[in-house]
Design a protein around this ligand. Structure first.
Ligand SMILES: [Zn+2]
Length: 285
């Protein structure tokens, strides 16, 4: 699933390509009885309203909030898209596979949402209400914001003192934007076992986790996101962060930490897999 760096890469790509373009027409092949009555374009009645509003609007700019892409339109409307498992936006890629939503633009090019597994969520809200909408209101602080410093990080995670650190790092209510890949990478770098209890981790390691979080998320953006799975950038190309993994999906491989003789292990934590080095990542419980 795209996490903060992948979503930011998409948002940067949208701002480079479709900013100030007008949406001439929008079409979708999403349709699901499960979404009846919901504010989601998979509900045909909602898509009808969506189409009426977005056609003829100009794309003012794209922004990211947690793992959501926000596309601000003229007329005071904002499209919120959560790419979920396999969703990604591509620009000017005719005949791209698994396109479920397509915007035809005034330059005769298209912006498309490819989504093989059809789990993406797309909705529309008033721009003025975007942050207090039910889609975003529960989200915790943005970890890469300059004013998100160690005391905030420490405070946020300690709101769940008994939680396992891997679960707490991925909890969008505590900190927004971190998922399975980056939490594994943060914990490997900080030397903390994913099953450690938040309240038992020494302050020194908390500081290491904070520094690793800032570093790994920035690195993810610098490397154009992670494409070990389905993520592709706006051009339909792979990112390169998967080449930087030290833990995520490296089960059975030697730990890359200098002087460490560990072998990366995989366990399940709260229905998600965690990859870690059992030697240098210490368990605090
Ligand atoms: Zn190790």
């Amino acid at each position: 699933m795209p996490e903060l760096p992948e979503v930011q890469t998409t948002v940067n790509g949208l701002n480079r390509t479709v900013r100030n373009r007008k949406i001439v027409e929008v079409s979708t092949s999403y349709k699901s009885a499960y979404h009846a009555g919901k504010d989601n374009i998979k509900n045909p009645a909602f898509f009808k309203k969506f189409k009426e509003i977005v056609e003829g609007r100009k794309i003012l700019k794209a922004e990211r909030r947690a793992k959501n892409v926000l596309i601000h339109l003229s007329g005071g409307h904002t499209i919120i898209a959560h790419m979920k498992m396999t969703g990604h936006f591509v620009y000017d890629r005719p005949n791209y596979p698994f396109v479920r939503l397509q915007f035809n633009l005034d330059n005769a090019k298209t912006l498309a949402l490819s989504d093989m597994r059809k789990f993406a969520k797309v909705t529309l809200v008033n721009t003025a209400d975007v942050n207090k909408s039910m889609h975003l209101e529960h989200l915790g602080p943005e970890p890469l914001e300059k004013n998100f410093q160690f005391p905030n990080f420490n405070l946020q995670l300690h709101k769940r003192p008994r939680a396992k650190i891997k679960t707490a790092l991925m909890d969008q209510i505590l900190i927004a934007g971190i998922g399975n890949i980056y939490s594994d990478e943060i914990l490997w770098r900080a030397g903390v076992h994913p099953l450690s209890a938040v309240s038992k981790i020494p302050a020194k390691n908390f500081k290491l986790m904070f520094a690793a979080m800032k570093k790994v998320l920035k690195e993810g953006i610098d490397f154009g996101g992670d494409s070990m799975s389905d993520y592709r950038n706006i051009k339909g190309e792979k990112g390169k962060f998967q080449e930087r993994h030290r833990a995520y999906r490296r089960t059975g491989k030697a730990c890359g930490k200098k002087g460490c003789k560990g072998v990366i292990k995989r366990i399940v934590v709260g229905a998600r897999s965690a990859h870690f080095c059992p030697i240098h990542q210490k368990l605090y419980k």
